[in-house]
Design a binder for this molecule. Sequence first.
Ligand SMILES: [Zn+2]
Length: 1116
Amino acid sequence: MSVNQQAHTGPPYGQPQPGYQGYQQPAYGGQSLPGVPQAQYGAYNGPMPGYQQPVPPQGSLRAPPTSGAPPPASGASHPSGPLAYSQFEHGDVQNGIPASAAPVQRPPASQPFLPGSAPTPVIQQYGAPPASVQQLRNHMAGMTIGSTAASAPPPAGLGYASVPPVSGSFSATGSGLYTPYSASQGPPLTSVSQGLPLAQPPLPAQTISTQRPPTQVPGFTPPPPSTGVGPSSYPPTTGAPRPPAMPGPPLPGQTVAAPPSSQPNHVSSPPPPSTMAGLHPGPPMSGLHGPPPPTHPPQPGYPMQQNGSFGQMRGPQPNYGGAYPGAPNYGSPPGPPPPPKRLDPDSIPSPIQVIEDDRNNRGSEPFVTGVRGQVPPLVTTNFLVKDQGNASPRYIRCTSYNIPCTSDMAKQSQVPLAAVIKPLATLPPEETLPYLVDHGESGPVRCNRCKAYMCPFMQFIEGGRRFQCCFCSCVTEVPPHYFQHLDHTGKRVDFYDRPELSLGSYEFLATVDYCKNNKFPSPPAFIFMIDVSYNAVKSGLVRLICEELKSLLDYLPREGNMEESAIRVGFVTYNKVLHFYNVKSSLAQPQMMVVSDVADMFVPLLDGFLVNVNESRTVIASLLDQIPEMFADTRETETVFAPVIQAGLEALKAAECAGKLFIFHTSLPIAEAPGKLKNRDDRKLINTDKEKTLFQPQTSFYNNLAKDCVAQGCCVDLFLFPNQYLDVATLGVVPYQTGGSIYKYAYFQLETDQYRFLNDLRRDVQKEVGFDAVMRVRTSTGIRATDFFGAFYMSNTTDVEMAGLDCDKTITVEFKHDDKLSEDSGALLQCALLYTSCAGQRRLRIHNLSLNCCTQLADLYRNCETDTLINYLAKFAYRGVLSSPVKTVRDALINQCAQILACYRKNCASPSSAGQLILPECMKLLPVYLNCVLKSDVLQPGPEVTTDDRAYIRQLVTSMDVAETNVFFYPRLLPLTKADVDSDSLPAAIRNSEERLSKGDIYLLENGLNIFVWVGVSVQQGLIQNLFGVSSFSQISNALSTLPVLENPFSKKVRSIVDMLQGQRSRYMKLIVVKQEDKLEMLFKHFLVEDKSLTGGASYVDFLCHMHKEIRQLLS
Ligand SMILES: [Zn+2]
């Protein structure tokens, strides 16, 4: 099945490799294991030859192509001849950019020498006008947030949910709310909706607004000093007064003006407009959610003050009042002073709307990766990916896809350049898994100097005899076995036959040079280590685990078409001492060996400890039956912890293999032993300079142990069942640094928590995982990876080492400039992951990504991805709490984001009043999401959040991908009572604010860890009966951990929604039923992140004002 040198002899990788799809069949590729010797290897004693070679300093050898002027290699060039396309499955012709993929931002560098040779119609010329959806999107300029005028919400305090969610307010195109308004005004709706300045010549974007419903965000404007000119005085002129033309292409951006000083909700005195002093998150918010003035219709649009045209009334305004009977006399100064206003939450950027728009615009067509620097759809959009030379966004997402050419520009913008990499991400079944390329004994072809792996961006020269490295420019001889002729366009004729020449992601079979001690690895082992102290036994946990393992062991990860898993298993139980079990197949009964000298851990048996499940099936079953009985009457309450890990480590060492420890643990390890801990929890440290110590391990013992584990490829997954503090910050060190996972079930109760725990355990055991992994990210000259975030260990500055790496783990990598980049050649990333598969095969997984480079800041801001930015910022901040006071970390975050937005305002937005907040289109959600990070339990804990919770969350977030951080910080809130029971679709999400909830409805809120089902006090009795099987609100039990299975459409629909959401997350979410006005509601409200939080976290509205103030200070 694998591709080798005989590239043209057959369809080398036309079939997806069976068994490659996710954790149900977690094994890789459809190959047997040719030549994987069973030879075992000893300890890891340093870098693998051929892999960790240091990158020489950049610069010296930039040899230009010497002959033949070959075309620069590109990720997806166009077919130049009758190539064997059929080798790609689904007729997935690797033919450059299909017509459907409108984006044509193809940089000149990728195509310059091929005019005429490529039959595709999409070659982008230098400076060509925008002609694609993507470009149009990028060119959607100057979103101007219009007036403050509040749209009157329904009168009932909680009556929002029956109103269509906010979406209507922003999608100017289709919005019924605004249509009449626009129609009554001169400018056509479309132009309004584009947010384009009035004087701007019409852009192509306007003609395709259906493809990209523009987001129009009305804003709030600070009043000019001392005049009563509140926002209400400014006609919310939908589009009428548009700003004058900007030089150059229009820039995305939005204007959010500050709230009027008279707003009741913002403290007492009108804040001076220059500082907006009253708009700190702190002030009481009493008025904010009160009934707004009843007068104004929703008004998206463009405040007059845009571009400094304060008070300059344009034509349409005088008619405004007429268009809206009952509206105050807009634009007529002599009228009575406008009523005080609140800042309308509907007028500020809505996450729901942005998500919805992206879904509508980008969910229908596949994302084809042939174009450099293309911004992918949002993580909340369902889309398919076709690899045409760049890695799928499921593997790599970037904070920006167009990065500044110079370090100065990057510093000026303060936009972090980072990539969130998930090297073993699970793909949907419709997508093709990375092909495995086997170059035989010679191994992968690499650059002589920087050791980058062959990829679509390497340029073949001199008739194919040499290639120039796209990363360091060094020219390398093509090995004879790899030689192939070039066609008349300079492309190898086997281009489409070789994944490493035409695809963004692929794998190489590694040679022995890539293995520890030059020996091929053995298959890994799983060791199950069960706490059998009093608490674990009494709660029923021990029995539960043993019962589950009996069946779960049949589902260990398998390689492709292998009949059984190659993974061997072993068992240990422990309290103050450790019990090892001999489960050799020849035994009639398992044998127990007790090690009570925990100070110097050793493994008392070698033969019979790690066994094949099938061979030892009856002995293992017998053991699992006996364990709960053996410890049923235990009185032992104390446990050890470090010796447990040491035991597992020693066992793997003795077996000369990598592996994973599954440790089920219940308490602070206070028994006398290495790594013994004391209870040092102290909530008084919160908000002091010593708060950071709560996140630090209390001893360095575990750091050293982690280092030993990584060297052996011993990954630790920890399942915690605490009834009190057990110091997650310390116990988590080894799991964290070995690439493992932590699961925590506080106050574990069999009845309510077993299902969640068992689901987590099943997934954790079965999921795709690589062992003994080393990841390096290479970059083209000019930038380099400087910082890394995630669950791993680093012994040098470039290599990320993970004893284990599973399909859910991400590594966030930050890049910095060390030289200039060029717009022509762009910037390249190559992530190479060396790992051992679950069958013991040594492999290299390669992901390549090409980015654009810019000399204009506007290009940077147009191609940013806020979700990824937040992923980076959250990880950066969560690491910061280890060394700095939490307040310092929060302030630094706010400052950085203010600088990012101020830089945009200063350099990219059209001139306008300082009173307006102008946000780049791609970053308009930065304030709301940033606020969610700032309010999170790690950075601003409430009284109910324990120290262990915070340490746990901190570690979880550090390994999250972009989709997970997105929903974690801004939970998904669905009105269940709006669900269509006849359709598969989810009800439209609503914003996370209490005022969006109706007491007559039932809602679901999920954040990746929890699912809340909130029931309003006035929900119809029939709905309650259908969902909960009880006859009244008061009878609903809030102890429910699952929804009852009832045979009616509503119950089925809700349960199917819950199941669907559970299936999307890497952990089984805890379901909590919350009744309105019940005690538990406080917990629920904590997740309504647009509201002011009980712990002092700002509301979205307040925070936006605060950000605005910060930005203005930076600008002045
Ligand atoms: Zn190189």
